[in-house]
Every structure is written in C-alpha cells, then in structure tokens.
Design a protein around this ligand. Structure first.
Ligand code: SAH
Length: 206
C-alpha cells in the first residue's frame, strides 16, 4: 500500500478496499505467489487482471461515496468488481466471455461480494439499471461508447481508456454536467486489453 501511496493514490477508502480484497483468489494457481506484486497477470481466455495501481486509479477517479451505483464493463477475474463492492458501492458488472463470467461469478459469491453480473456486450451498458453514478471500463475502446454516456446520471463519471489496440491509451474521466453537456479530463497513459465486439452467442446485457 505504501507503493500505491507513493505512486499518488491518496484516497484512504480506496487503500482500505484494496487491503480488504484477497487478490490471489482471482489468479490462476501458477501466479498465486505473485498476487501481491503491483503487476498485471494473465487470467483465463487470454485476458489480464489489472494491476492494483490501475484498479486504484480508476476507483479513486470515480470520487464516489458508499451507496453509489457503479457499473463496470469487463468483469474479467472479478477483482475490480470486488474492490468496488468493498468501497460500499452498489455494483453491476458485464463480461462478454462466458468462461470469465462463470469464473468471476463463482469467486465473487465465495467472497460474498454483492455484484449484479451479466453475460453480454458491455458496449450496450445495462439500460435497465441506469442511470449510474459511475461507469468504469476495464478494456480499451477505440472511441467513447455513446450508450455508456447516455446511462450516466447528471454529475456521474465515466472512467475509461480510449485508444488503439497494442499501444498506450489515454484514461479519460468524462463527467456528465447536464443533459447534453460532458466535461473530459485526461488521467494519463495506460495499457489495457482491447474491448471486444459483438457477442456471437451472448444474451443481451439488460
Ligand atoms: N476488471 C478485470 C480486468 C478485465 S480485462 C479484473 O479486475 O480482472 C478486460 C475484460 O473485459 C476481459 O475479461 C474481457 O473479456 C472483457 N471485455 C472485453 N470486451 C468486452 C465487452 N464488449 N463487453 C464486456 N466485457 C468485455
């Protein structure tokens, strides 16, 4: 946690949430020994679990209090979703790959983390549960998905990496100031796996 503090994570709530969530349970057994290093690791289906610093930056950037409604796109291992639940948020999360959806569902229920999970396409968001106080995207999109902007509450924030595959992306924080007005801030360079297109056999994410 001192390392994360040195790297600029100032929110005690975020540091506490990271301490509460055991990271090793989200990793393949061969990587368990490295679970507490500040690094990204491979998980199933050729995806990666974000490094704790990235999880901390995205969570801190939401600037939300307990009880806030937060949607995550890209459940992956379920680690980021567990951290959001430990923050006291009401958490919703979408995953496009069945294998990861099943895996994260099992781990999150074992940890008794309350997360509403859907197997589907995150580009569409979860309109049934909108609006959200925060939306956090954990895969890089080439552009900002309009459906996600539309599902933000006024005052709500969308945190997402935008940019090409295989190179650094910029992390944007987009705040909905009014019905049609949005403010954009650049939170720096990050490297994420790409967001995947339409699901061949997934159900709709609503
Ligand atoms: N938040 C994760 C890290 C996710 S890696 C964690 O804490 O472990 C990015 C995830 O986004 C992968 O699991 C990938 O399958 C998923 N993903 C990619 N495109 C998606 C889409 N269109 N909709 C939903 N999930 C998507």
């Amino acid at each position: 946690m001192d390392l994360l503090r040195e790297k600029g994570i100032r929110s005690e709530e975020v540091l506490d949430a990271l301490m509460q969530v055991p990271r090793h349970v989200f990793l393949e057994s061969s990587f368990e020994a490295f679970a507490y290093k500040d690094a990204a690791f491979p998980i199933r289906a050729a995806q990666t679990i974000s490094q704790p610093y990235t999880v901390a930056v995205q969570t801190q950037a939401l600037e939300l209090s307990p009880g806030a409604k937060v949607l995550e796109i890209g459940t992956g291992s379920g680690y980021q979703a567990a951290v959001l639940a430990a923050m006291g948020f009401r958490v919703y999360s979408i995953e496009r790959q069945k294998e990861l959806f099943d895996f994260s569902k099992r781990v999150l229920s074992e940890l008794r983390a309350t997360v509403v999970q859907r197997f589907g396409d995150g580009y569409k968001g979860m309109p049934t549960f909108a609006p959200f106080d925060g939306i956090l995207v954990t895969a890089a999109a080439p552009d900002v998905p309009n459906a996600l902007l539309a599902q933000l509450a006024v005052g709500g924030k969308l945190i997402l990496p935008v940019g090409p595959e295989g190179a650094d992306q910029r992390m944007w924080r987009i705040t909905r100031m009014g019905d049609k007005s949005f403010e954009r801030e650049d939170l720096g360079a990050f490297r994420f796996v790409p967001m995947l297109g339409n699901v061949a056999n997934g159900q709709d994410s609503v």
